[in-house]
Design a protein around this ligand. Structure first.
Ligand code: GLN
Length: 233
């Protein structure tokens, strides 16, 4: 079904570095699952998008402050966010996980082992919420970073003992050669959705949902996923 856009152009906010969902290639162009899904949806439904890759919490604020019409940023659909956002149909099943530098998994094999240690996450994320909720119980310290580059670098240089992030993003960074291990089973959860400000731009959500359904029907969705995530391992 074809839905009529109500704007000449929709501004879509996104994360600045969240591979394989949005990241810069060697030509400094943004590519990734979120980018491809949204661009294809725009082509299929005949609407125009401009991406604004301002970081995760920046994107949340941009939509809330009417500086963007929507956001696609590996954003987990949560009850709390549903109070201020309307979400599309879920398009990816995710979950959060703890990662430590390779070799550190001898000391850290459970959350209990994090006592007195410092764990990092990105500000405003599910992982940050999880750490805040559990820091007293397990006695670790939480350090929040604005973007993934800083977070992953902090583990590399031992500024923090562990990080918490969405498992496909940890997996991608391991596939790219960062020496990480994931000693604790991941927390189930987080389905990703495209989001608009609550009550606004229903046509934009509908266009995305229509296109997503069509991409899932034709196999194009699977193709986009397998471009970025190697399922063979
Ligand atoms: N899925 C996580 C969340 O929604 C992280 C998203 C991100 O860092 N881009 O909080």
């Amino acid at each position: 079904k074809k839905v009529e856009p109500e704007k000449d152009e929709y501004v879509i906010a996104s994360d600045s570095a969240f591979a394989p969902f949005e990241f810069q290639n060697e030509e400094n162009e943004y590519i990734g699952i979120d980018v491809d899904l949204m661009k294809r949806a725009a082509e299929m439904q005949g609407f125009n998008v401009t991406f604004n890759h301002i970081g995760f919490s920046g994107a949340v604020q941009a939509v809330e402050g009417d500086q963007a019409d929507g956001m696609i940023a590996g954003m987990s659909i949560t009850d709390e966010r549903e109070e201020t956002f309307d979400f599309s149909d879920p398009y990816f099943e995710s979950g959060i996980q703890l990662a430590v530098e390779e070799g550190n998994d001898d000391d850290i094999t459970s959350y209990e082992d994090l006592e007195g240690k410092t764990v990092g996450a990105k500000v405003g994320t599910e992982s940050a919420d999880f750490l805040d909720e559990n820091e007293d119980e397990y006695g670790f310290n939480v350090k929040l970073y604005d973007d993934a580059d800083q977070l992953y670098e902090a583990v590399r240089v031992d500024a923090i003992d562990a990080l918490m992030d969405d498992y496909p993003v940890i997996g991608y960074s391991m596939a790219q050669g960062q020496e990480l291990e994931t000693p604790i089973e991941r927390e189930s959860g987080g389905e990703y959705g495209f989001a608009v400000k609550k009550g606004e731009s229903p046509e934009l959500l509908e266009m995305f949902n229509e296109a997503l359904q069509e991409m899932q029907r034709t196999g194009e969705y699977d193709q986009i996923i397998s471009t970025y995530i190697d399922d063979s391992g």
